[in-house]
Design a protein around this ligand. Structure first.
Ligand SMILES: *[C@@H]1O[C@H](CO)[C@@H](O)[C@H](O)[C@H]1NC(C)=O
Ligand SMILES: *[C@@H]1O[C@H](CO)[C@@H](O)[C@H](O)[C@H]1NC(C)=O
Length: 388
């Protein structure tokens, strides 16, 4: 029986990644809630006949919930609720199965590499899991890829080569289909273990999985696409869940030139997206970026393209000058605090060069006004302190 098991897992050889890409709501409305899914992803690299490396991970939708520690050969539970409602016992059994699998898989692949005409270096990917559609219909999948291309899948209790994967995939499937026990184990994991685990983990992780976090949005100018042209960039970040609608608009019209990037993960489990628009410089005025997201309760975010207005330059200057002043005042304050006569100091630390810049510039004058206001406040504050 023990001898059978490694053979059994040879069966899982070369199952490819699924191409399911959960996300991207249609451009006209927010996507209906995605069907919840659980998947295991395996990536195995084979550099030569003696070097191989395998990574395993578990995902609920787009959120990684499990890792595989290949040194300790244990499951890493990445969330407090990653065990779902499975007992310690059942998790231990699953871990033992995975240990066997991750141990045997590379060896079996190496052993059969020449028979299957795998050419070094190569990469095998497996995506294995289940999703529950609305109405509780269960869909299971096991896909394998070779060198990043669909290779085979497990359907209706047998291994099928992917269209276009050629005779190599046919060969592998033919061999795999001889192992009835492997097929039975795979079938059980897919149709029983996976949906039970998914149902339990969805309940346990409900508050995190279903949390609503509002996006922040801002616009900026990207690298110029050419003479007289502007690249407008609308950034939207920090939102959860993933489905989101973002468009450049002129009034109420969607701008057909809007280009949507990929939705990228932030480190805190929220998402980031940028949508760009290449326009001639004259066209930019009056454009806005509009964001719809489930967390916003129908109150879309609208950011108008301002270009660089006088106002934004002014704010920039104020911020910079304020920071500079704080640093200077802080250092002069330190100097003065060792000096008893606080009031007689005439602030030599304030740079006079700043005042020699073009004084006709209104923004500059405002910055100066800001500077002297801050100076005054700090002096008053210091005076009060010394009275205490
Ligand atoms: C196999 O590949 C690894 C990783 O690229 C390399 O370090 C090692 O020298 C290779 N061994 C042989 C026998 O080619
Ligand atoms: C876990 O929860 C699911 C759904 O609520 C249920 O079907 C299952 O029996 C529970 N327990 C185990 C050990 O799977």
């Amino acid at each position: 029986m023990l001898l059978l098991l490694p053979l059994l897992f040879k069966g899982l050889l070369g199952h490819g990644t699924s191409t399911v890409d959960p996300q991207v709501p249609g451009p006209h409305h927010l996507a209906a809630e995605e069907s919840p899914s659980f998947r295991m992803i395996q990536i195995s690299s084979f550099a030569n006949h003696s070097w191989t490396h395998t990574q395993g991970s578990g995902w609920v939708g787009d959120l990684q919930t499990h890792g595989w520690d290949s040194v300790l050969a244990t499951i890493r539970f990445l969330r407090p609720w990653s065990q779902g409602n499975f007992s310690k016992e059942e998790l231990k059994n699953i871990q033992a199965l995975l240990q066997l699998y991750f141990h045997s898989f590379p060896r079996e692949v190496q052993a059969y590499a020449s028979q299957f005409q795998f050419e070094y270096p190569f990469e095998l990917q497996v995506s294995f899991g289940c999703l529950i559609h609305t109405g509780k219909a269960l869909e299971t999948f096991l896909n394998g890829a070779y060198q990043g291309l669909d290779f085979l899948s497990f359907q209706e209790n047998s291994w099928k080569p992917s269209p276009g994967a050629g005779s190599r995939a046919e060969n592998v499937c033919k061999v795999l289909n001889h192992y009835r026990i492997i097929k039975e184990v795979v079938q059980r994991l897919l149709s029983d273990t996976c949906p039970r685990f998914l149902a339990g983990i969805l309940k346990a992780g409900k508050s995190e999985l279903e949390r609503q976090v509002k996006p922040q949005a801002w616009v900026s100018k990207g690298p110029s696409p050419g003479p007289g042209r502007l690249l407008l960039v609308c950034h939207v970040s920090g939102f959860h869940p993933k489905p989101i609608w973002v468009m450049w608009m002129r009034g109420k019209q969607k701008h057909p030139g809007s280009r949507r990037g990929d939705v990228l993960p932030n480190a805190d489990g929220t998402w980031y997206l940028r949508v760009t628009l290449d326009v001639s410089a004259g066209e930019a005025a009056g454009l806005s970026c509009r964001v719809k997201h489930s967390s916003l309760g129908g109150q879309d975010i609208i950011i108008h393209w301002g270009g660089y207005s006088f106002f934004s330059i002014l704010i920039c200057l104020i911020v910079i000058v304020t920071l500079v002043m704080l640093v200077i005042v802080d250092s002069s304050f330190k100097k003065q605090s060792s000096n008893q006569d606080v009031f007689s100091i005439s602030h030599p630390a304030f740079p006079t060069e700043a005042k020699t810049k073009d004084p006709r510039n209104l923004g500059h004058q405002l910055c100066l006004a800001q500077e002297s206001w801050i100076k005054n406040r700090l002096l008053k504050w210091k005076a009060r302190l010394s009275q205490l």
